[in-house]
Design a protein around this ligand. Sequence first.
Ligand SMILES: [Zn+2]
Ligand SMILES: [Zn+2]
Length: 160
Amino acid sequence: VLFLFVVCNFMLSTFLDPGKYPKAHEVKDNNAPMYKNVEIEGTSVSLKWCRTCKMYRPPRTTHCNECNYCVEIFDHHCPWVNNCIGRRNYRYFLQFLWLLIMHMLFLFSLLVVFIWQHRHDLKASNIIIAFCILIVIGLLCWPITGLAMFHVMLVSRGRT
Ligand SMILES: [Zn+2]
Ligand SMILES: [Zn+2]
């Protein structure tokens, strides 16, 4: 069940639209200035012109060079899910990270119990495979946990 949740959230992060803005086809004003100041709820905000998408980027929007689109509330382009992480798929990315950590910890515990139960026959092939998986989890768990904690900090501060 946990594995299914991990896969579902991975698929959602990969295939959902992260919040791409459609590109403008025609440009009325070819000599648009690079920056434009607009007033949003009493605050002056500087909007930058995107040469590729031919529009002024709304606040917190960034152009992704990998996807070649401007993405709303852009966080980062994730090479692991091969998609941008932005407004629409950020929650699934975060769920994917935490479910993946839970899955790793669960698998790690099961493997330790399994190896302990077969401790008198450590040269059996299934025990060697269990050890290999244990090492892979032991190595990958730390950077993934660090990334997940970092994103919790970002969410708590409302940042990207
Ligand atoms: Zn753009
Ligand atoms: Zn991207």
